[in-house]
Design a protein. Sequence first.
Lengths: 115, 114
Amino acid sequence: EADIYQTPRYLVIGTGKKITLECSQTMGHDKMYWYQQDPGMELHLIHYSYGVNSTEKGDLSSESTVSRIRTEHFPLTLESARPSHTSQYLCASSGPKSGDDEKLFFGSGTQLSVL
Amino acid sequence: KNQVEQSPQSLIILEGKNCTLQCNYTVSPFSNLRWYKQDTGRGPVSLTIMTFSENTKSNGRYTATLDADTKQSSLHITASQLSDSASYICVVSDRGSTLGRLYFGRGTQLTVWP
């Protein structure tokens, strides 16, 4: 079982609200990722980080932002939520300490619904 | 364009039966291919990894195969159980960057009925 945690599991909010999705891992992994997943579709990378103070945008354009102030913490923030942001958000991490640098360990996800 | 295509999109089988899921890819250069299992409401969990030199690898009742020449992989599940009901996702990594970019398939939704 992976030691990576996401909160909240479910979130229903109104349009225009600011939200932060939390992600923490206790495996000491350097690399962390945020993916967006819609039903029946592939995962899309929206942000990733190689380590502290390192963040990059992924393949899918996103209005969200991320920060990496501590190795174990990688929160994602939406300044003004819109219905188009409704989706499943998955956080993942990987690192050589797991014995395989590319194996992803996923959290259980946050299902976001914006009304 | 690098792509990963999975088939079938969905599959229903009876408990105890075997099944095979397919993954075709056009990713190049190729580094490795992973199969992940994603239970409903959970994040994906890695089942197995296949590198260029590996043809087959087993993990309990799961057996993955790889044909790097035809760029095809399969995941065979033997003696299915109700707990096998999940989405199975094929993920291919290239060597195009230090990170090793990942290409995700859309998954095969497997339902096992009692």
